[in-house]
Ligand binder design. Structure first.
Ligand code: FES
Ligand code: FES
Length: 140
């Protein structure tokens, strides 16, 4: 890790007090799991969302094996997407995260991990939902 003085205080706050760290049950049909890695450094982020019938994100948890900026980006995105509709959440750009946390250019890919992770979690949720609909009885 690089000395904390190189990081913006928002990064340090999220890094030292990460919000929403943990896991959700990946077998729950209302939970989507995104697992992504950063090719640049091999860091890994898992982000999970729980979605209600109106496609709103009602719970969100993360686990990140990575640098301080990746952990801060994860923590930040969990706060950002809680209560958001999945369509809105899909619009979050890594550059928004980087800007919010004042990440330096060399740390941009850390925020990319968070964008990829939320997209991947939403995709997983939709795949599950699709499966659920297909397996529903044809006539009721
Ligand atoms: Fe070492 Fe990200 S490259 S923690
Ligand atoms: Fe690779 Fe931060 S250095 S995710």
């Amino acid at each position: 890790a690089v000395g904390a003085r190189f990081y913006h205080e928002k990064v340090i706050d999220h890094y030292e007090n990460p919000r929403n760290m943990g896991s959700l049950d990946k077998h729950d049909p209302t939970v989507g799991t995104g697992l992504v890695g950063a090719p640049a450094c091999g860091d890994v982020m898992r982000l999970q969302i729980k979605v209600d019938d109106d496609n709103n994100i009602v719970d969100v948890k993360f686990k990140t094996f990575g640098c301080g900026s990746a952990i801060a980006s994860s923590s930040y995105i969990t706060e950002r997407v809680r209560g958001m509709n999945i369509e809105e959440a899909l619009k979050i750009k890594n550059t928004d995260i980087a800007k919010e946390l004042c990440l330096p250019p060399v740390k941009l890919h850390c925020s990319m991990l968070a964008e990829d992770a939320i997209k991947s979690a939403i995709k997983d949720f939709r795949t599950k939902r699709g499966g659920e609909l297909r397996s529903a009885p044809a006539s009721a």
